[in-house]
Write a protein that binds this ligand. Structure first.
Ligand code: PEP
Ligand code: MG
Length: 323
């Protein structure tokens, strides 16, 4: 099967009725680029920059970060690269930052919350990103956004760093898209408000599912409640995509769900524009998409949205012959 998939490396991710989507890869470090290129990913949908900060005893410098971001955008040769600003906290700790011990780290001081307080760390990263932007198609994404104030504040700091670089006569791309992860229910529910102030959404289902069902994504004991196909998740994903499109923005997904065989036809039917997954899932997903029509996927999801449980949804996808 691998041989069949390999033929699709340079083929479009297009349905039989001519609807094209982007199949992108998630990466953690520039070392992952080999897998991205050999699997024919059309972009990077999520670069988790926290790994640059982990496994060491001090913050990475602006220069170190710049080199990492530049390497990735250059290797993608103009294809889109969505770089997420630091998403530390939750399960990912940085011993040298001396963060507070919390009862509920997943609900605590992490990601954009931390960056908006430790603006020294945030500004250094934004400078590195802005400098790297002139070497390719770099997009900036903020994680764990819960309120519009966070988006506005983050964008304001970004604009200030941009001005500063221009003053220093350093090249910065003119038109960097700025988007957010939609992974907190407040943002998913009010997506139409956020869509007016960002260039794109990327739905982070790993967190969105855990917060919506109140089921820790790391807990064995409640893993039966961690349900990607729960009617609530399908409805949220649908309305987030619609909210983006209503404002002429694009919507992607970079949680694990985006690469699942059962999810692909449903997400296609809901109109998802970009699917970002582990590099090894890109070719199987492309093969699957090329075997479908958008029309059939739309019919499938319409019926899925009438069902009451996750099991019924997954069963329907099978029953209708989509997997
Ligand atoms: C997500 O929450 O879906 C996501 C992609 O981010 P992470 O897995 O890094 O939390
Ligand atoms: Mg997340």
């Amino acid at each position: 099967q691998r041989k069949e998939w390999e033929k699709l490396i340079n083929e479009p991710s297009e349905t039989k009725d001519g609807h094209e989507v982007e199949l992108a890869a998630n990466i953690g470090t520039p070392n992952d680029m080999e897998g991205v290129l050999s699997n024919g990913a059309q972009g990077i949908g999520l670069y988790r920059t926290e790994f640059l900060y982990m496994g060491r005893d001090q913050l990475p410098t602006e220069e170190e970060q710049f080199e990492a971001y530049k390497t990735v955008v250059e290797k993608m040769e103009g294809k889109p690269v969505v770089i997420r600003t630091l998403d530390i906290g939750g399960d990912k700790e940085l011993p040298y930052l001396d963060l507070p011990e919390e009862m509920n780290p997943f609900l605590g001081f992490r990601a954009i919350r931390l960056c908006l307080e430790r603006t020294d760390i945030f500004r250094t990263q934004l400078r590195a990103l802005l400098r790297a932007s002139s070497y390719g198609n770099l997009k900036i994404m903020f994680p764990m956004v819960a309120t519009l104030e966070e988006v506005r504040q983050a964008k304001m700091i970004l604009a200030e760093e941009r001005e500063q670089l221009i003053e220093e006569a350093i090249d910065v791309s003119e038109d960097i898209e700025v988007g957010i992860m939609v992974e907190i229910p407040s943002t998913a529910v009010a997506a139409e408000l956020f869509a007016k102030e960002v260039d794109f959404f990327s739905i982070g289902t790993n967190d969105l599912i855990q917060y919506t069902l109140a089921a820790d994504r790391m807990s064995e004991k409640v893993s039966h409640l961690y349900q990607p196909y729960h009617p609530a998740i399908l409805r949220l994903v649908k309305s987030v995509i619609e909210a983006a499109h209503k404002e002429g923005k694009w919507a992607g997904m970079c949680g694990e769900m985006a690469g699942e065989e059962t999810a692909v036809p449903l997400l296609l039917g809901l109109g998802l524009d970009e699917f970002s997954m582990s590099a090894t899932s890109v070719l199987p997903a492309r093969s699957q998409i090329r075997s479908l029509t958008k029309k059939d996927a739309e019919k499938l999801v319409e019926e899925a949205l009438t069902l009451s449980t996750a099991d019924e949804v997954a069963e329907l996808v099978k029953e209708k012959g989509f997997i």
